[in-house]
Ligand binder design. Structure first.
Ligand code: HSE
Length: 443
């Protein structure tokens, strides 16, 4: 290997892997000037050896032998970019076991198996870096871990999935139905053929899992995060949101609560959310991501940028490679705990039970247009302690018998809202399941 370069092995030469190879080659001079030594891509493993990725592989060993790559003494850092759970987990643990540092963009892997992976890395004295796993090219994890390390994090609100943000932006702009916009997003390559991870909020929940761990030292998995996606939204919801001064975004939300007993409890959830039109997050459109973090010392901060894509994601992967290469040179692996808290202070923290979180709500009831129906709905809400702030009932089309009744509530506890909805949906005059979108004002 040339001079004093640090050797990198890349498993997975898909879109992001190709971007990593491009950044390492194209920005080699600036990387070397910043590090004081070069990073060298010595080896790539992928099952597809045929497709031309438009990169120069001269001098790089390229084959399908991921295990050989991990074992290769010239490889000091293994980049895992194959995605998914099982094979990625196996290669990651195998690399750690061989004393190799690992860089990954795989939030799904870390949200499920992070504890096992981070513990193995700490035991073996190697680093696992994963900046690209949340917010693509936005350096949010490094900022949480280091730039904001002095703060108690009061709240965090993130648009962390570009696919859904694109779909929501288009639905609002065109007035088209979810399915129509999703199909167009798929045709344009913004959405996967199987879009469920994105549109059902799973990808955002994976990312929120990592952010909550970093913000609060809370050991959790994505299964701990109540998650709702965007499939249920209709054009009416965007019109009503606009009328009330809101936009709709899929948010990952985390908050710190301190009870009278002084015990800290963490609230974490993912769902479509109405947010004030004038808030900074509301202006984040298309496939872009943004994360607003409010710290007790720093106050509100906002991180904005491309949450996906070949070059933005590669930017984050290569920054991780540079950080680890420095640690290798200094013999200081493990300098910063990967989840910001040292392992002794990462623990299962009390979470706010889903039914206990409170927010203002936007509710859409579909009911027969008959005298007394609105009164019935209002009295069920009242019986559950839910106070109405505004109501809109639009006129019905001549052929229709049902009308949407849109209600905005004052802050209400989730469990009460759920019980009220169940009771209302059982009324004979109610013709379709009630829709709920929560409202967040303090962003
Ligand atoms: N599928 C993700 C998104 C990108 O749409 O934002 C990868 O995290």
């Amino acid at each position: 290997m040339s001079g004093d370069a640090v050797g990198v092995g890349l498993i997975g030469l898909g879109t992001i892997g190709t971007g990593v190879a491009k950044v390492l080659a194209g920005n080699a001079s600036v990387i070397t000037q910043r590090l004081g030594f070069p990073l060298r891509l010595v080896r790539i493993a992928d099952l597809d050896l045929e497709t031309d990725r438009g990169i120069d592989l001269e001098g790089i060993r390229f084959d399908s032998d991921a295990t050989g790559l991990i074992e290769d003494p010239e490889v000091s850092i293994v980049v895992e970019l194959i995605g998914g759970y099982d094979v990625a987990r196996r290669f990651t643990l195998q690399a750690i076991d061989r004393g190799k540092h690992v860089v990954t963009a795989n939030k799904a892997l870390l949200a499920k198996h992070g504890k096992e992976i981070f513990e193995a890395a700490a035991k073996r004295g190697v680093d696992v870096a994963f900046e690209a796993s949340v917010g693509g090219g936005i350096p949010i994890l490094r900022s949480m871990r280091e730039g904001l390390a002095a703060n108690r994090i009061l709240s965090l609100h993130g648009i962390m999935n570009g696919t859904t943000n694109y779909v929501l932006t288009e639905m609002e702009k065109t007035g088209e139905a979810f399915e129509v916009v999703l199909k167009r997003a798929q045709d344009l390559g913004y959405a996967e053929a199987d879009p469920s991870f994105d549109v059902d909020g799973v990808d955002a929940a994976h990312k929120l899992t990592l952010l909550v761990a970093m913000a609060y030292g809370a050991e959790l998995t994505d299964a701990d995060i109540p998650t709702e996606g965007i499939r249920g939204l209709t054009p009416l919801d965007f019109d009503a949101a606009a009328e009330f001064g809101y936009r709709i975004k899929l948010l990952g939300i985390a908050k710190r609560h301190e009870g009278p007993d002084g015990i800290e409890r963490i609230e974490a959830r993912v769902h479509p959310t109405m947010i004030p039109r004038e808030s900074l997050l509301a202006s984040v459109d298309g496939a872009m991501n943004a994360i607003a973090v409010n710290g007790d010392a720093v106050g509100p901060t906002l991180f904005y940028g491309a949450g996906a894509g070949e070059m933005p994601t590669a930017s984050a992967v290569v920054a991780d490679l540079m950080e680890i290469a420095r640690e290798i040179r200094r013999g200081s692996a493990g300098r910063v705990a990967p989840l910001s808290y040292v392992p002794a202070h990462l623990e299962r923290k009390p979470l706010v039970p889903p039914g206990e979180s409170a927010s203002r709500c936007y509710l859409v009831f579909s009911a027969d247009d008959r005298p007394g129906v609105l009164g019935q709905i209002a009295s069920v809400l009242g019986e559950h302690g839910i106070s109405i702030q505004s109501v809109i009932q639009q006129g019905r089309a001549r052929s229709a018998t049902a009308v949407p009744v849109v209600v905005l509530t004052h802050p209400a506890v989730e469990a009460s809202v759920r019980s009220a909805i169940a009771e209302i949906d059982a009324l004979p005059e109610v013709t379709a399941a009630t829709r709920l979108v929560r409202i967040e004002e303090d962003l």
